[in-house]
Design a protein around this ligand. Structure first.
Ligand code: EPU
Length: 429
């Protein structure tokens, strides 16, 4: 198990290139199950633990993949397999994305239910609802979803839930619908940039999807899909994490390959906090306009609103803001594991349900802290980089799920951060 050892207090300066988007690449990999012929070649793929997990799941489903540099090639070798085991699915909820394409192409899928998650309940009822409406028969047996169909048929499906649209639910239903007979309309579809890029890829594979970028996707069923090559969009969450690192360390970081068009709400939020951003076609530079960071009221929302995947990181930044800030997470109301760790670093936070009040400005203090999930880990890196003195972050396997070589990127920007291997026997339980 690895840990980060961090000596905080350095101003971070320089330029860093964004990785490809994790949440775009995972459904794209699952879409390889839809191939009738050819190879799916994805460029700009980040080398992440979650990508490896998806490769392992697909391997058991007869898809062979090879990773060279940041290019991932996927090809179907055996299309008779249809079981995604619990041992693999429990590692990553996005594994559930194999359900739609298995059903659409192989007509049967046995996919383990993903189970609990540290950031909340995360049900899959909307995925199941969408597939049922397309004509699948679905039962739950011994922790698995067993889905079967003779031929899926297009239909108008309202896919909104209590918390709005669902990202992977939309992607799962899309993958089933592209090979269904007739026209499927998904009303209240998720329109995140990752879903948009995914639809563009499916169309390049031969699908016929209209309404990309809107909440109403119209899918004309086609007979088969074939291989293609695609450049995955930049990871907007990684980009914004670096912009916040720049502000929190009083530095000046430029992120290249940053796709600023996907970050309008985040850039507006930073501006309101008195953080200057300079935007070009494909880069963003962030720095503090003056000593005083201003407080903010943040409500997480589906795209184009403020993303829940940046809620933890902005909370760290707002600890330094002069006044009272409020963060409400409407997407994952229990995604607050980072609060307890930030409190150990002297943050002044009060949580009530899905709301956290942040009183600042506070100078965060160094401490040994524990990562609990991917984005909470990113928040703790920002916190420890800004706090003078030595800190350690344990359980950093969480960060390796979504950020490629994050410590190397921060080192190049001037951070004092080292990855240290800790022998398992010396770890406290
Ligand atoms: N929901 C339901 N029923 C469902 C599905 C979702 O009620 O069947 C609810 C969820 O509980 C939540 C809301 O709908 O309250 C939205 O969840 P969504 O389904 O959109 O989340 P997801 O598809 O499971 C993806 C990302 C997450 C990101 C969310 C929200 C991937 C692989 N994961 O998850 O990314 O937080 O959308 O934008 O795309 C991360 O990268 O750290 C991460 C957790």
């Amino acid at each position: 198990m690895d840990k980060f050892f961090i000596k905080g207090g350095n101003q971070l300066k320089g330029s860093v290139e964004a990785q490809g988007s994790k949440n775009a690449v995972l459904p794209m990999m699952a879409a390889s199950l839809l191939l009738s012929e050819g190879e799916l070649v994805l460029n700009n793929v980040p080398n992440l633990a979650d990508v490896q997990t998806m490769q392992d799941i697909l391997y058991e489903l007869g898809v062979y993949s090879s990773f060279t540099g940041n290019t991932l090639s996927l090809k179907v070798i055996d299309d008779s397999k249809n079981i995604a085991r619990y041992d693999l699915v429990r590692k990553m909820r996005a594994s559930f994305l194999v359900l739609g394409p298995l059903l659409g192409r192989r007509k049967k899928a046995v996919v383990s239910l993903p189970g609990g998650c540290i950031i909340g309940l995360r049900p899959v009822d909307l995925h199941v609802k969408g597939l049922l409406e397309l004509g699948a028969s679905i039962e739950t047996k011994e922790g698995n979803i067993i889905a079967e169909c003779r031929q899926l048929t297009g239909k108008t499906i309202y896919l909104g839930g209590r918390f709005g649209p669902t990202v992977t639910g939309t992607e799962n239903v899309l993958m089933a619908a592209v090979l269904a007979e007739g026209i499927t309309i998904i009303e209240y579809a998720a329109c995140e940039p990752e879903v948009q890029d995914f639809c563009i890829l499916l169309n390049k594979m031969g699908a016929h999807i209209e309404g990309i970028g809107s909440n109403r996707l119209v899918i004309h069923g086609v007979k088969e899909l074939k291989g293609t090559t695609h450049n995955v969009i930049p990871d907007r969450i990684e980009v914004a994490t670096f912009l916040m690192a720049s502000a929190i360390t009083n530095g000046m970081i430029t992120v290249t390959n940053a796709a600023p068009q996907y970050l309008t709400c985040v850039l507006e939020t930073l501006k309101n906090c008195n953080i200057q951003t300079v935007v070009t076609n494909d880069s963003i530079t962030a720095f503090k306009k003056s000593e005083r960071t201003l407080p903010a009221e943040i409500v997480t929302q589906p795209y184009p609103g403020f993303p829940t995947d940046l809620q933890a990181q902005i909370m760290t930044l707002l600890c330094y803001a002069d006044g009272i800030s409020v963060i409400i997470d409407n997407i994952f109301p229990d995604r607050f594991m980072h609060v307890a760790e930030l409190l150990r670093m002297a943050a002044d936070l009060k949580r009530s349900g899905n709301t956290v009040f942040i009183k600042g400005p506070i100078k965060l203090q160094s401490a040994n802290v524990m990562a609990s999930d991917l984005r909470a880990s990113a928040a703790l890196i920002l916190a420890t980089l800004s706090a003078e003195g030595e800190s350690q972050i344990s359980r950093i396997y969480h960060i390796d799920r979504g950020y490629e070589r994050i410590e190397e990127k921060f080192q190049k920007l001037g951070a004092n951060i080292e990855r240290v291997k800790i022998p398992v026997e010396s770890m406290a339980i």
